[in-house]
Structure formats: C-alpha cells, structure tokens
Design a protein around this ligand. Structure first.
Ligand SMILES: [Zn+2]
Length: 454
C-alpha cells in the first residue's frame, strides 16, 4: 500500500486561491484529499505558510558550471555572441559524468530557491570530439540521473540543431556536439524518452533550437515526430537575429513562425524579446506561453520583453533560469516586474488590474504558464503531485502578512532566504534553505569544475 501522510497548513495557496486551516492527505506522493477550514490532527506535519513550487520552464543545466566566467570586458564590444564563444569553449570538455554533476548542483539550487520542476532544453548531445556516442541518449541519461539524484521533476526537451544560420547554413566547429540530422534525432528522442520514463512525473517534449538552426521543412517534420507534448524554441532574443531573419525571409522571427506552423498551447516561445505590438498580440492569441528569463536576459544584454500589448491580449508567460548565471525564483519574478518598471518609468506594470497584487499576479501567471509549457500540473489540487514550499512566518518581511500580501512581501522584500522547506511528491527535499544532499552534490561538483577549468 502506498505511503500516506497528512499536512496541515495555517495558510496555503490552492488552485482556486488562498485558504486557511487546510489539511492535505498525501498518498504515494500525490494529493489524495484537500480539506479546508479543518483543525490539524495528531501526527500531521504542520506548516504556517504553504505555496506551490514554481516550474522553471527553461534551463541549460551545464551552463551553471561557467556562471561568472564571462564577466570580463573583451577587446571588442561584448555581446550575446562573445558570451556564446566562451560557452562553446567550456562545452567542449564536458563528459556525461560531468554533466550529471553540474546538473545536480543546478537542480538542488533550483529546489532551494523555489522551483520544483525544470524544463531542460538539452542540446549537448555528442562526444567531446563531436562524434555521436554509441548510445545517442547518453547525455540525456546524465540529466535524468541528476533529476533522480535531487528529486526535481523533469520535463526533458531534446533539441534539434542542424544549422548555424538562416537558409540552412553549415554548422560551425563550436556547434559540433549539438548537430543531428532528423533520422539520428529520432533515435536520440527515443532513447531520451526511455530514460525519462524511469522518473516519477517525467515528461518529454521536443525543441527546435531556433529559427537559425532549423529549416522550415525540418521544423514541420520535427512536429510530426512529436505530435503531442511540449514544443519549445528560442526566438527573437537578439536584435541581430531579428535582422538576419528579415534579411533571409522578409519577415520578423515571431511573424515567420506564426505564418509557417500552427503554434498552439503546446508551444513555448523562449525569450520572444523583440516583438512588434502586432507580433505580441498575434502570439497571445495562439495560447502559447512566452518563456521569459529575466536574469539571463539582463546578463546577456538581450533587451526587455514587450509585455504591454502581449498581456492586454491575454498572453501567457512563465519564467526560466536559462543560463543559470544565478538561480533564484523570486529574483526572476522581481526582475520580470522591475524590467518593465525601468523601461516604462511606471510601477506595478504586470499587475492584473486596479488594486490587484503584483506579486500575486506574476506568481499565479508564472505558475500556470510554466505548468502549461512543461506539460504538467503546477497547482495544488487533488490528483497532482504534492510539490510545495513553506515560508518562514517569523521572517520580519512576512510579519502579519496574509494572502497576496505574502507573495508581494516574499518576492519584493524577503527573497529566497524566507524559504524554510521544499517538498517534492510529499517528501522534504530542502530544510532550512538547504537540500538534503547538498554536501555530497556540491563536493562532486567542485571536483568536476576543478578538472574542467584546469
Ligand atoms: Zn536558452
């Protein structure tokens, strides 16, 4: 018989809003029942403030290993493209066991900061010389092993990457570990799906890397290879990318994608930074999710998302840690709002209406959008995995807070240090801010980084 345990919360954010004195019975990692306004029973695990864990919809876990190593000014104007050169040099040395060690550290930092599911946009496929491994999915298996090591829920998004630029340009030397043809990618996808099937709540999608890396024909054939499940793509992150797209196709990237394939609720357009108002409204109408990564977009100098017309048209978004330069759910949400404030010289830009809480709005939108983009439930409801965080009610910034004021004060004032514990499938994986396996995962990570940087 599956293990059963009950939790009692003084306040918790459920699927239909905040509730008091809530008792959740967890059976086999899943919410079996939720009762509201009931007292705790003897033996219940007691919590003061509970909120659902957030989905992190976009990560390249291996990049955690180079965080902070591209922050020196170069000879020429630094840009996304000079950062990418550093990334390509780092990537050249990573073997499967290195990837597992780096990803495990990134995943425990995600859990510690409030993310309970990650969408891993995975393009590091081949051996260090660029030759395909006998087991094509060996690097995907390393990511799955890191998810097993840490307990995080994984949506794996194997990336199809074939070209270096618009018009099917031949790949560059630095991209040799990423490149597949469609036949090889089909086998890789099968192997990745078999690995993910070993995880509780594991999901597989597919990710055409970007419009630079796939042709229209390849994109259409890729969609037939993965007819259900999430579809993620990097798009319109950089102005040069928009210019190259206009030069090659006559139209802008988001416009081209919407004209070329049937974008729907399965899709997540990662960044979508440089959209005209018309593109933003058209994207919103598809029901697809915009995958926003404010910390990375600031770090790489990408630009600021055109939120006004997108949200006015009912657009959906979620947040991602992308380059993992800094892993922190509240900081992503805070910078999402602050970017808009700085651009518009205004306040409470992402609030959903007069009097509505901005923290409550960005949290609820990122929760729903992230869940949709990763093909998983993200709210606390019967039948869903019991994934939640507890906040420490004695943090001074949370003193006497209730309902949405808790989220405003957590996101804008307290930050991640107010997280007390994190639970995945009803099991405590983080206590007093630290993952239960942090010492051993951190030690393994230090050994790998020492070798990679030697
Ligand atoms: Zn990315």
């Amino acid at each position: 018989m599956a293990q059963q345990r009950a939790h009692h919360f003084s306040q918790i954010l459920l699927a239909d809003g905040w509730a008091r004195d809530v008792r959740i019975v967890c059976t086999g990692g899943v919410c079996a029942s939720i009762a509201i306004e009931v007292p705790a029973s003897a033996g219940d695990e007691r919590h003061t403030i509970g909120i659902p864990g957030l989905p992190n919809l976009h990560s390249h876990a291996f990049q955690r290993g180079m965080a902070g190593l591209a922050e020196r000014r170069g000879l020429t104007d630094d840009s996304f493209w000079t950062w990418r050169d550093v990334m390509y040099r780092f990537v050249d040395r990573i073997r499967p066991e290195d990837l597992q060690a780096i990803a495990a550290l990134a995943f425990i930092e995600m859990l510690e900061s409030g993310f309970t599911r990650v969408g891993e946009f995975h393009y590091l496929h081949h051996d260090i010389d660029g030759i395909a491994n006998a087991n094509l999915a060996i690097m995907a298996e390393a990511l799955v092993a890191a998810a097993h090591d840490t307990g995080i829920a994984l949506t794996l998004l194997p990336v199809f990457y074939a070209h270096s630029g618009f018009g099917g340009l031949a790949p560059q030397f630095g991209q040799r570990r990423f490149i597949c043809d469609l036949e090889q990618f089909g086998r890789l996808l099968e192997g990745a799906a078999a690995a993910v099937a070993t995880l509780p709540d594991g999901i597989v999608g597919v990710a055409p890397h970007s419009l630079r890396a796939v042709t229209a024909d390849e994109l259409k054939r890729l969609l037939t290879m993965s007819p259900t499940g999430p579809v993620h793509i990097h798009i319109a992150e950089q102005i040069r990318e928009v210019e190259d797209c206009v030069h090659a196709t006559g139209v802008r990237p988001v416009e081209w994608l919407l004209d070329t394939v049937a974008v729907d609720e399965r899709w997540c357009l990662v960044h979508a930074t440089h959209m005209t108002d018309d593109e933003a409204r058209r994207l919103a109408a598809t029901g697809a999710v915009a995958g926003l990564c404010p910390i990375t977009e600031a770090n790489l100098g990408d630009g600021i998302f055109n939120a006004g017309p997108f949200l006015s048209a009912g657009g959906r978004y979620g947040i991602g840690s992308d380059s993992n330069i800094l892993i922190d759910a509240t900081e992503e949400l805070r910078w999402l709002e602050y970017g808009q404030r700085l651009a518009d010289c205004a306040r409470n830009c992402l609030s959903t209406g007069q009097g509505a809480s901005t923290g409550g709005g960005v949290f609820a939108t990122a929760l729903a959008g992230g869940g949709q983009a990763l093909g998983a439930s993200s709210t606390l409801a019967v039948g869903a995995p019991l994934d939640f965080l507890t906040l420490t009610a004695d943090h001074p910034s949370l003193a006497d807070r209730t309902n949405e004021d808790i989220l405003d004060s957590w996101i804008f004032a307290a930050g991640r240090c107010a997280i007390d514990s994190v639970w995945r499938r009803g099991e405590r994986v983080v206590s007093e801010g630290a993952h239960r396996y942090r010492p051993r995962i951190e030690q393994r990570y230090r050994g790998v980084v020492r070798r990679l940087l030697a």
